[in-house]
Design a protein. Structure first.
Length: 366
């Protein structure tokens, strides 16, 4: 028997869930996602109390049919929308009545389980920037998009790819001279470490990449032009010391209004919760120690969070922390998971927390 044949003979079926422990699976090197999926299957087949007799019947059917855990996970995904718990068990048992392949099970599910009704919401979303490019997705009435598509297809060359031509037509439409969308005139803040500020002023920072609070970047040469160009300043410049944090926020030759708010938005140029891409320009200022808990409004207690994460942040230490919260770790506002582990957001790593403080600490460790 080959190694692969031995693996197949021992391939995990429903009996592998007996005595399952997610912690033990993780310690054995399981992918955390797989371990979580197995845990959910254990909850279904071994955690059921009310319909324990149906769970036992389903286990017998899965064992007799040689259904793999992948097949059991497929069944769970397709019956999850069935609200009636007893009906879910009847579907599980019916689907495992006879052995079948994974593809065969998919076809059986399509013929047996009522399809989930998808609720489509009219909306639009924008992706984060990547190499100067962003994407936009629209979901709206089919008639509206059909009209738009008809307009965009007018006059395109059929011998060339239609996508770039339609995009050009779309941009001409929204930039039209007759009331089109005006170019935005944002005033983002440029995050500059003191040592790199000096380097730029000496003319040595053309290749340097600096972060802005709107989630974009600029080169050292562009920054130098911002500070010393003949045109009025289009943004603000914030200087950060590696240990002391924010040094000052300048707008031309005088301090900006709402200084604390602006400095909080450039410690992190995006919402600091891992995976979130909301630029800090569109975030809300958040008290790390909640105002309701006696937190003060000063720079050491301020950070930014997007509207959603500001509302799910666990502010009261007496409440069970299931969603994580913002804490200050080593002088830096960071999102801390419910297990106490601080996790940085590596999306757009150009905020002061990344470019100044973290960099200075790495140098100190060396």
């Amino acid at each position: 028997m080959t190694g692969f044949e031995r693996y197949l003979s021992a391939a995990a079926g429903v009996d592998a869930l007996d005595g399952f422990s997610r912690e033990a699976a993780l310690a054995a090197g399981f992918d955390p996602t797989v371990a979580t999926q197995w845990q959910k299957l254990w909850n279904v087949y071994h955690g059921e109390k009310r319909f324990a007799h149906l769970a036992r019947e389903a286990i017998r059917a899965a064992r007799a049919g040689g259904f793999s855990l992948d097949q059991l996970r497929l069944i769970e995904r397709r019956v999850a929308h069935i609200k009636d718990r007893m009906a879910r068990w009847k579907y599980r048992i019916e689907l495992m009545a006879t052995p079948c392949s994974y593809r065969g099970l998919e076809k059986r599910i399509e013929a047996t389980v009522p399809a989930k009704k998808k609720r489509r919401t009219k909306s639009m979303r924008l992706t984060k920037s990547s190499e100067g490019i962003r994407s936009m997705f629209l979901t709206t009435d089919e008639r509206d998009l059909a009209d738009l598509e008809h307009y965009l297809r007018q006059g395109i060359d059929p011998k060339k790819p239609k996508g770039p031509q339609m995009l050009k037509r779309f941009l001409e439409l929204i930039r039209g001279k007759k009331g089109g969308v005006a170019h935005a005139a944002p005033q983002p803040v440029v995050v500059v470490p003191l040592d790199e500020h000096t380097k730029v002023l000496r003319g040595e920072g053309d290749d340097m990449v600096l972060g802005l609070s709107d989630g974009t970047t600029m080169t050292g040469a562009e920054y130098l032009n911002l500070v010393h160009g003949s045109a009025p300043l289009a943004g603000e410049v914030a200087l950060f010391h590696p240990q002391e944090g924010a040094v000052n926020l300048y707008r031309a030759e005088r301090y900006a209004n709402a200084k604390q708010r602006r400095l909080a938005k450039i410690m992190h140029t995006v919402c600091p919760v891992p995976g979130c891409k909301e630029a800090s320009e569109y975030c809300e200022v958040h008290h790390i120690k909640a105002w309701s808990q006696g937190g003060e409004t000063n720079m050491s207690n301020l950070t930014v969070l997007c509207r959603y994460h500001n509302r799910v942040n666990v502010d009261n230490p007496k409440h069970t922390n299931r969603r994580g919260n913002m804490q200050r770790r080593g002088g830096v506002p960071m999102w801390v998971a419910p297990n106490g582990q601080p996790v940085p957001n590596t999306t757009h790593p150009y905020g002061a927390a990344h470019t100044v403080i973290a960099k200075a600490r790495r140098r100190q460790r060396r």
